[in-house]
Design a protein around this ligand. Structure first.
Ligand code: AMP
Length: 287
């Protein structure tokens, strides 16, 4: 496995692979790997043997009061885990390599970021779209793998690839969970043992919402109220949002407008202590 740190080394490696008529798969990450990240690497290997994992904590997707400086890291462990998964290259640029002095070009979508996480994280998706565009131009993948844990991000990337005519297949992977249902996240490392237990209220309330809807509840505000009061019954919690929306457009579904034959996204962000956790569930996914 190679560790590459510069844009020119990475581009040269990719050009060489393409010259041999081979395809490249990219898994973008911010590191501190857990089983969720590893599942994306496994999926990537199903598409192409030449798998690149990028490990870059992207400063432009963090707001001013967010956790950029404290974001968990263990590069040595990540490198070992990537090697075990048969990764060909870990691309690990430093910040100046991606954002050199004078950098001023951003990629911004007009509608999808105006929902869910974008409402409380106004610069987040501009940062994500920009860094993923740059990674696409640097790594030149044929396939790129993303987790549906960050569902809005996945939809934004899919839209961006269409809008910008990238010839890249975007593959979404299911959420990997701990045995008790907590969605795996690098940020779970911030939780105290007590908060870790409380954090189960996200996955539990998503199950509750699915039960209510599949049992005929059509009023989205009733489902949201029920979830909110359940989550608020735990100490340390503060709800950022609870959404029941169309998985394509992310537009909220109004009271009475639930059609149980259509796919439906239930998504939420909840602070447990100072840690902001997200989770989601799709009802009736398109097969
Ligand atoms: P991150 O390092 O948090 O930026 O995540 C890198 C990639 O891993 C993104 O595509 C995430 O959606 C994906 N990911 C994070 N957590 C999970 C999880 N629990 N299950 C599946 N994919 C995940």
């Amino acid at each position: 496995m190679e560790i590459l740190k510069t844009v020119s080394e990475m581009q040269a490696w990719s050009d060489n692979i393409h010259q041999k008529q081979n395809q490249i798969c990219l898994v973008p990450t911010m590191g501190y790997f857990h089983e969720g990240h590893l599942s994306l690497m496994e999926k990537g290997k199903e598409f192409c043997p030449d798998l690149v994992v990028s490990l870059f904590v992207n400063p432009t997707q963090f707001g001013e009061n967010e956790d950029l400086d404290s974001y968990p890291a263990n590069i040595e462990r990540d490198v070992k885990l990537a090697e075990k998964k048969g990764v060909s290259v870990v691309f690990m640029p430093d910040k100046k390599e991606i954002y050199p002095d004078g950098f001023q070009t951003y990629v911004e979508l007009t509608k999808l970021p105006g929902h869910l996480c974008g409402l409380s994280r106004p610069v987040h998706f501009r940062g994500v779209a920009t860094v993923v565009t740059k990674l696409f131009n640097i790594v030149k993948p044929d396939v790129a793998i993303f987790g549906s844990k960050d569902f809005q991000q996945l939809q934004i990337i899919r839209r961006m690839v269409k809008d910008l005519n990238y010839n890249i297949k975007i593959v979404g992977c299911p959420i990997v969970r701990e045995d008790d249902g907590l969605a795996m996240s690098s940020r779970n490392a911030y939780l105290s043992p007590e908060q870790r237990q409380i954090a189960l209220c996200l996955s539990k309330s998503l199950e509750k919402a699915e039960d209510m809807i599949l049992n005929g509840e059509k009023i989205t505000s009733t489902v949201k109220k029920e979830l909110a009061s359940y989550i608020k019954s735990f100490s340390f919690t503060e709800i950022d949002y609870i959404s029941i929306c169309d998985p394509e457009t992310l537009d909220e579904i109004g009271d009475g407008d639930i059609n149980t034959a259509d796919p439906l996204l239930i998504a939420m962000a909840v602070y447990v202590g100072r840690t902001r956790l997200i989770d989601n569930r799709i009802i009736n996914p398109v097969q």
